[in-house]
Design a protein around this ligand. Structure first.
Ligand code: GLY
Length: 373
């Protein structure tokens, strides 16, 4: 893999149902945000609502609002909700609808999601449903949202503690990635996003997996060019998958590697650990199951474990094995009551299995816990 080539690429067009749909642009400032938005939705005479959360708003709301205030749009509003997964619910969506109604937003008006995965998913869902659908722009500011959740049109909220249970597919008009926003993330938040980056390597891109490990120090030090290359390559992987299977009827389900057990652990630890951190543990457990089923050897499992320890992923052992297995049954990734589990035949080659049993899961959950307890 040649990172020089990647560094020079600053735009990635994404197709939907075989037609050009939206671009992902890679920047290191917000300087041309308005012209990029204007080129896809023509801001003149339209209202814009920036949707964000309390942490991100402190860093970027004034700057982004300032840029939009200098544009030809009619009105720039903002709606800020409390940071964190606990806000990803229908009550906050309701408050956002109310804000839009009180400010007379019409179908031609635009939502801008400024923030991480929670902001992007919730704003996208409001955009999909308000007046049966308005345009929205993704401005992802966390590593996880830049490399995964802002791309591919999955939107939604949690319902009670069921993750992403209510949602819709609704494509953004633009994904504007300002790499510089990664600098204001906490180190823990930034590194947790590596769970989704490493995932692309594990499930479909062995060259990328090796490159990530070779460049781990620069990635951890937030070297601009290396991080830009990493985000670009991740987005390109995601683009290929969602273009082939936009509604998750096949290959897109492979992106759920590490998520079946990861989501269950995330829920049972009351969202104390970040999503990416739980995906990290779920990925190690999925690799262990692949080994138990004879697909991979111990060296491959160790390479996967090393990748997560390199990026300082925490061990998570505060779970009850039976509860985790039970919780996987309420996951969305089910087919006729059977879990669709993502396993690997090697690094870079994932497949979907309907054969993973409760015993397979219990065994690796117990071994993981015992080894670290
Ligand atoms: N985050 C997984 C997907 O977009 O399908």
């Amino acid at each position: 893999m040649n990172s020089e080539i990647l560094i020079n690429a600053d735009r990635l067009p994404v197709r939907y149902n075989d037609k050009p749909c939206y671009d992902i642009v890679f920047r290191d400032s917000f300087d041309d945000l308005v012209s990029e938005i204007d080129s896809v939705v023509n801001l003149e005479g339209r209202k814009v609502c920036i949707v964000t959360e309390t942490t991100v708003s402190q860093h970027y709301l004034d700057e982004v609002k300032g840029h939009l205030n200098g544009s030809s749009c009619d009105f720039v509003g903002d709606f800020t909700f409390a940071a964190g997964e606990a806000s990803k619910n229908l009550d906050v969506v309701r408050d956002l609808y109310e804000y839009l109604i009180l400010n007379r937003f019409e179908r031609r008006d635009i939502l801008v999601a400024l923030g991480g995965g929670v902001v992007g998913d919730l704003t996208g869902y409001a955009a999909a449903t308000y007046l049966r659908g308005v345009d929205f722009i993704q401005v992802p500011t966390s590593l996880l949202s830049q490399v995964d959740s802002s791309i591919g049109g999955k939107t939604g909220v949690d319902f009670d503690s069921y993750k992403n249970m209510v949602g819709a597919f609704h494509m953004p008009k633009l994904v504007y990635i300002n790499i510089a926003t990664l600098k204001t993330l906490s180190r823990r938040e930034y590194l947790s996003g590596m769970g989704e980056v490493v995932k692309y390597g594990i499930i479909r891109d062995k060259v990328f997996f090796d490159w990530i490990m070779e460049h781990a120090d620069e990635i951890k030090a937030l070297d601009t060019e290396i991080v830009k290359a990493m985000v670009y390559r991740s987005c390109d992987n995601k683009r290929e998958v969602v273009e082939e299977d936009p509604k998750e009827q096949g290959v897109r389900a492979l992106l759920n590697f590490g998520h079946t057990l990861g989501h269950a652990i995330e829920k049972l630890t009351n969202f104390k650990f970040l999503h990416g951190e739980c995906v990290g543990v779920g990925s190690i457990l999925a690799a262990e199951i692949s080994k138990d089923l004879g697909d991979i050897d111990n060296d491959t499992v160790n390479a996967i474990k090393d990748s997560f320890s390199t990026f300082e992923f925490p061990d998570i052992i505060e779970y009850d094995v039976d509860e985790v297995v039970k919780t996987t049954k309420s996951d969305k990734k089910m087919s006729k009551g059977q879990i669709k589990f993502v396993l690997i035949k090697s690094i870079g080659d994932a497949y979907l299995s309907l054969d993973v049993t409760d015993d397979n899961m219990s065994k690796v959950l117990k071994e993981y816990k015992d080894a670290r307890g």
